[in-house]
Design a protein around this ligand. Sequence first.
Ligand SMILES: [Zn+2]
Length: 224
Amino acid sequence: MKQGLLCMVFFGLVSCRPSTAIDIVDKPIVFDETRKQLTLEYLEQRYGLEQETPTITPKMIVLHWTVFPTLKASFEAFEQPTLPNWRPDIESVSGLNVSAQFLVDQDGTIYRLLPETTMARHVIGLNHCAIGIENVGGTNDMPLTQAQLESNIRLVQYLASKYPIDYLIGHYEYTHFEHHDLWLEKDAGYRTKKTDPGKEFLTKVRTATKSFNFKPVPEQNKSL
Ligand SMILES: [Zn+2]
């Protein structure tokens, strides 16, 4: 009690951010030589980035839902290095499987699937700078939970305290960046329509982390 009061007296005028203490369970997906090479290829072919290591410079956090109802099914969707229906003879499509650096279960447990600065394929145009947080569920039968909301907030606080994060976005907002400097996708026809993680969920995470002063998401291009 006395310490709390002292804190008020001495630090009352400073922006005191919430504690970033966080429990993270490492549950790595396969990142073998195949996945490494496919990631390096993805960075070069889609973004024109020739790198020695499959790493990113984090500037953005993207929130998702998996639509899969269980942790097991969600994890298995990301686990293997190549897309399930990949045909290596079709060169125009990358065989790199989708994934994210983090996966949050319905009970709020946070799993780290990859090192935080290893590239994951989770958002067109922006994977070179975006850390992805996937959430188990997202359907009418299995909506995202309060525990997931709280874990997403803690995870965003943790990441934004560790890396110079400029943007916090929902996957459904990614096309707003098509004319932004961070957008590197070369193929103007390569787009998918997204709704995750829902506007309500994203708004709650944004509100709870507003002390980080993330930059506003650019206006959507009117021609789209
Ligand atoms: Zn998504």
